[in-house]
Ligand binder design. Structure first.
Ligand SMILES: C[S@@+](CC[C@H](N)C(=O)[O-])C[C@H]1O[C@@H](n2cnc3c(N)ncnc32)[C@H](O)[C@@H]1O
Length: 275
């Protein structure tokens, strides 16, 4: 039986504070029944304040549906989906410390049936199941192979909807893009101008660190996010804030010509670090 929300597990607030601190630092500021995990977060009350700006775009009642939270971190979205009546919820992340945070949070909040696994987004095929809702928030820009991640999600785990967010840079405009781009502007040898338009789909590549973090590799503009989602076979149902997209599974463009879009590089046994 699940422990009711509102009580502090095992030994009261002081004990909980020390368990929280032992797993720090936290990226998610969670309210664990009155004890906050990251009260001094540089983004404020994060991600609660962000979620408040688009929460209404999601169904209020998930009616027992299944959820996969990719890059779940300390489990904020997993917990929120349980609060909305989700049934099976699986959170995956590639960082064991964040997974330990998520396990502590769900234990304290009484959602012990959420399953957390150390699994990379590149390995979602190993789950062997599709979910009614995939949450893919705040991960894309950390990946060296972002479109591959979307292709793998679409192929293996997206059953119906996906809630997506990425850090974005550049213009929020969305330019009209032609079905087919001519090599030159008609009647000239000039390169077409679309690519210089602020609202043309773009991915900015960040060679060095962004906000002190070397894992921030990419920053699409808003049109770029939307175009990549469509290209991976997601129809955009709503875009409740600039960088958040609620999508539905849709036919994959050019699938009939390319077959599967994802690729599966062969793994070779590790022989030590590459210098
Ligand atoms: C910026 S946090 C976003 C956390 C949460 N999804 C949110 O939106 O608040 C990025 C998370 O993605 C995880 N992550 C990074 N690369 C990953 C990968 N290849 N597979 C799964 N998770 C990954 C990190 O460990 C981290 O927890």
């Amino acid at each position: 039986m699940q422990q009711a929300e509102g009580s502090v597990a095992q030994g009261g607030a002081a004990d909980l504070r020390s368990r929280i601190d032992a797993l720090g630092p936290w990226f998610h500021n969670l309210d664990l029944n009155g004890v906050q995990t990251a009260p001094d977060h540089f983004l404020g009350d994060y991600p609660r304040a962000k979620f408040a700006s688009f929460a209404d775009a999601l169904p209020a009642d998930l009616a027992g549906g299944s959820v996969l939270d990719i890059g779940c971190n300390a489990g904020f979205y997993s917990v929120e989906m349980k609060r909305r009546g989700a049934g099976r919820v699986v959170g995956i992340d590639s960082d064991d410390r964040y997974l330990a945070q998520a396990r502590l949070a769900t234990e304290v909040l009484g959602f012990k049936d959420v399953e957390f696994r150390n699994l990379s987004v590149y390995d979602v095929g190993a789950l062997g199941e599709k979910f009614d809702l995939v949450i893919f928030m705040g991960v894309l820009y950390h990946l060296r192979h972002p479109l591959l991640a979307l292709d793998l999600i679409r192929e293996h785990v997206a059953g119906d909807r996906m809630l997506f967010q990425t850090m974005q840079q550049g213009s929020p405009d969305i330019a009209d893009v032609p079905e087919n781009h001519p090599f030159f502007e008609p009647g000239s040898f000039r390169k077409p101008a679309y690519f210089s338009e602020p609202g043309y789909p773009k991915m900015h590549f960040i060679e060095r660190k962004y906000a002190d973090d070397w894992t921030n590799w990419w920053a699409p503009n808003r049109a770029g996010s939307a175009a990549m989602l469509r290209a991976a076979g997601f129809e955009i149902e709503s875009n409740p804030e600039e960088e958040v997209f609620l999508c539905r599974v849709a036919p994959i463009p050019y699938h009939h010509l390319a077959g599967t879009m994802a690729v599966y590089p062969a793994k070779t046994p590790a022989k030590g670090d590459v210098a």
